[in-house]
Design a protein around this ligand. Structure first.
Ligand SMILES: Nc1nc2c(ncn2[C@@H]2O[C@H](COP(=O)(O)OP(=O)(O)OP(=O)(O)O)[C@@H](O)[C@H]2O)c(=O)[nH]1
Ligand SMILES: [Mg+2]
Length: 228
């Protein structure tokens, strides 16, 4: 049986990590021939996130340093499964959609990116992020020659060799921009699917201006790197 590791970054997600872990579609994946494991990579939460994750059978890793990028990179070195699915630990992405990611991943695709489609209109708090994401996605497509639908999605899958081959540097929320840009540049085949998304109304770790700027800077760096 092939293995699929769900990589879940968390920072103080005690209210939500339980629901994310419970919604991993283990049975459906098993029926398709995949054994799922949950790997929570935690940024030193102080609200009991790690304990909850452990009690639900997840493999829990404490990250070194801070930031979502550092957390993911720590797991990518020697990634232990055949496939990986990154999914935020805040319950905003439906883990059950992982099932639909396996067909492209087991076939021609090296990565599958899940583009967010907002449900029930758009919450006010989310409107700003959404606009920022549109601008960043458009900038990336322009500068990198990609056709990305959602540069900052927190749900994406990969064949393990992709994260083993590419050496990433991003420490924070610019990790997705770096991964997608490099994968595209290296000729890896990216498939995009849509996924329903429920924006959170509290507990966000994203600081729109600071993180938006870092993502922008990352896109520019990757674009300049392409010319060498
Ligand atoms: N390990 C780790 N996880 C983090 C860190 N910062 C954020 N996360 C997690 O990364 C995921 C995404 O963070 P969010 O704060 O939801 O950021 P976002 O999804 O871009 O922003 P929202 O639209 O407000 O949800 C969540 O599961 C967080 O708990 C960190 O420093 N370390
Ligand atoms: Mg989120």
């Amino acid at each position: 049986m092939q293995t699929v590791g769900f990589v879940i970054p968390t920072l103080n997600e005690a209210d939500r990590i339980g629901q994310v872990l419970a919604s991993i579609p283990r049975t459906e994946l098993e029926a398709l021939g995949y054994r799922a494991t949950a790997i929570v990579v935690d940024g030193n939460s102080r609200d009991g996130t790690r304990e909850i994750a452990q009690s639900m059978g997840a493999h829990v890793v404490r990250q070194r340093g801070r930031g979502k990028g550092r957390a993911l990179r720590q797991l990518f070195v020697d990634f232990p499964c055949d496939f990986g699915i990154v999914i935020d630990g805040d319950g905003t992405y439906p883990a059950r959609h992982a099932v639909s990611m396996m067909e492209p991943l087991s076939d021609g695709a090296d990565m599958v990116l899940m583009a967010r489609v907002r449900q029930n209109g758009s919450a006010k708090a989310d409107r700003f992020n959404r606009m920022g994401n549109r601008i960043l996605t458009g900038t990336a497509n322009l500068l990198l020659g990609t056709e990305l639908q959602d540069l900052c999605t927190g749900m994406w899958g990969f064949k393990s060799r992709v994260v083993r081959d590419l050496r990433f540097e991003a420490n924070g929320f610019d990790i997705e921009a770096e991964v997608f840009a490099r994968a595209a540049k290296h000729g890896y085949r990216l498939r995009q699917l849509e996924v329903p998304y429920e924006p959170r109304d509290d507990g966000s770790k994203l600081r729109p201006f600071r993180d938006g700027f870092r993502i922008f800077r990352r896109i520019v760096r990757e674009a300049l790197r392409r010319r060498h």
